[in-house]
Design a protein around this ligand. Structure first.
Ligand SMILES: Nc1ncnc2c1ncn2[C@@H]1O[C@H](COP(=O)(O)OP(=O)(O)OP(=O)(O)O)[C@@H](O)[C@H]1O
Ligand SMILES: [Mg+2]
Length: 457
């Protein structure tokens, strides 16, 4: 039930505005306005992740909008400036005023998509710290990690023990078990807590952009490199960098990363000098990395460099005693965020929640409870309201989730097929619901196709 990213289009030309809107709708939640004043007043009440800003506007100019956004809004959205102006000075001015990127008209929709993916990723990286903090409260130890089961207690002890070292951490666990949360907890408990915490979602950044994103680039290193930009490793200096879904990077990047891990220095794209960085590296994966090495998909020497401190998070079904406390927490939060009274949960409902296998782990529990709170409309939540079997109605002709002989892989496949069914084959939405990247989803779909399975579309 996560909202899609919000984009505001600021464009005076009616045709262009409508065209952009139609192209981006579905993937993003899109709003549009036709001038700068409207944009500023809209953004005051409705923060957006990304703004697509035309420079040449009636009334106040795009550059002025940038200035006022920086001065008047609490958190500056990621702004992509679009303009027919090819003058490099204009681009520089826009970037100096805080724009994230500059697109010269006319541009192809693919070009725009790539820039947006990059920009939303950037937004997520910069936004994570504050967003997570406001959700979990500032002073919570372990970043608000809930759970008192033996495995979570052990995890917390390990995190405390290793937080103040610089040793590279490899966090493993199924999707939605809380790897990202654990990474944040490590950072917050470390003596780097006041330093930056930067998360790179390796699966979300297009391969072609990853190197520049990680290592930065000099001016003129490639077309569009109109200014020097520092990479994430440099920005994370003195802090922690999270390489999320590390298996998603290709072999050549694996080799480059290995060098950073060995030398603790980087070189910007197009640069000549090495820059040393003091960074704690945390990597995550929901795959069996050793198996990836065996299959030749992941470099063995990189694996050993990453696996200095291995931490594993158990799936939720193996720590069902944590469920009641998690339920309490998520129900309260969903009620607060959706402006509903906190509903009672019937004992039968709680029983069902504790017995459910939760293949999507805590993320699935969280989403499921948010849905229940909304559907309960302020009343109590009963076992039937949970709709834990709601998807079973949409038969995929596949596995019965209660079948005791099912493997995790069977369950995963079944869940993926159900989500694709539910979303009418929309991969972006299905991936979002599943809490995995579109790329991972695509890979799984390809595997299933090889097995001769028909994919809902
Ligand atoms: N122990 C916990 N207590 C409270 N919330 C948790 C806990 N573990 C996870 N969560 C919440 O569950 C959601 C999923 O967690 P997170 O993103 O850390 O999982 P992940 O292991 O990184 O998943 P993926 O492999 O899909 O990226 C997040 O909203 C997170 O805040
Ligand atoms: Mg994660």
């Amino acid at each position: 039930m996560k909202q899609s990213r919000k984009i505001l289009i600021v464009e005076d030309e009616h045709g262009t505005r409508e065209l952009l809107k139609t192209q981006l709708e579905g993937e993003y939640s899109v709003r549009s306005v036709s001038n700068g004043e409207e944009a500023l007043s809209y953004l005051k009440d409705s923060p957006c992740d990304t703004v697509l800003l035309d420079l040449n506007l009636p009334g106040i100019s795009g550059l002025e909008v940038l200035d006022r956004l920086a001065a008047e809004t609490e958190s500056m959205p990621t702004v992509i400036v679009v303009s027919a102006d090819t003058n490099i000075n204009t681009a520089v001015q826009a970037l100096q005023r805080g724009a994230y990127d500059y697109l010269v008209k006319p541009f192809s929709i693919d070009e725009l998509r790539t820039t947006l993916t990059h920009a939303t990723q950037h937004r997520y990286v910069v936004g994570t710290a504050t967003r997570q903090r406001s959700r979990s409260g500032t002073s919570q130890k372990f970043a608000g990690m809930i759970g008192n089961s033996a495995s979570i207690r052990r995890l917390k002890q390990d995190i405390e023990k290793i937080a103040n070292t610089r040793g590279t951490v490899l966090l493993t666990g199924e999707s939605g078990t809380g790897k990202e949360l654990a990474a944040r907890a490590i950072h917050e408990l470390s003596n780097r807590a006041k330093g930056p915490y930067i998360r790179i979602n390796c699966a979300a950044i297009p391969e072609s952009l990853l190197e520049a994103e990680l290592f930065g680039h000099e001016k003129g290193a490639f077309t569009n490199a109109i200014a020097r930009r520092e990479g994430m490793f440099e920005l994370a200096h003195g802090g922690t960098i999270l390489l999320d879904e590390i298996t998603e990077i290709d072999p050549s990047m694996q080799a480059k990363l290995l060098r950073v891990l060995q030398e603790r220095e980087i070189m910007r794209l197009g640069g000549k000098k090495t820059i040393s960085v003091d960074v704690r590296i945390i990597a995550t994966t929901n795959l069996d990395l050793k198996a990836e090495v065996r299959e030749g998909r992941f470099k063995e020497d990189l694996y050993y460099r990453l696996n200095v401190i291995p931490l594993h998070i158990a799936p939720l079904r193996e720590r069902a005693e944590d469920i009641p406390e998690l339920v309490e927490h998520f129900v309260r939060r969903a009620a607060r965020e959706n402006d509903r009274p906190v509903p009672e949960i019937s004992p039968e409902a709680m029983q069902r929640l504790c017995a459910h296998p939760w293949p999507g782990n805590i993320r699935e529990l969280e989403n499921s409870l948010e849905r229940s709170v909304i559907l309960a409309e302020g009343g109590a939540i009963d076992a039937d309201d949970l709709r834990l079997d709601v998807d079973e109605g949409v038969s995929t002709g596949g596995a019965d989730m209660n079948d005791a002989s099912l493997t995790i892989r069977d369950m995963e496949k079944e869940l993926i097929l159900r989500r694709l069914n539910l979303t009418g084959g929309n991969r972006t939405r299905a991936a979002e619901m599943l809490g995995i990247s579109v790329r991972t989803l695509r890979n799984k779909i390809n595997q299933y196709r090889h097995e001769g399975i028909t994919i809902p579309s």
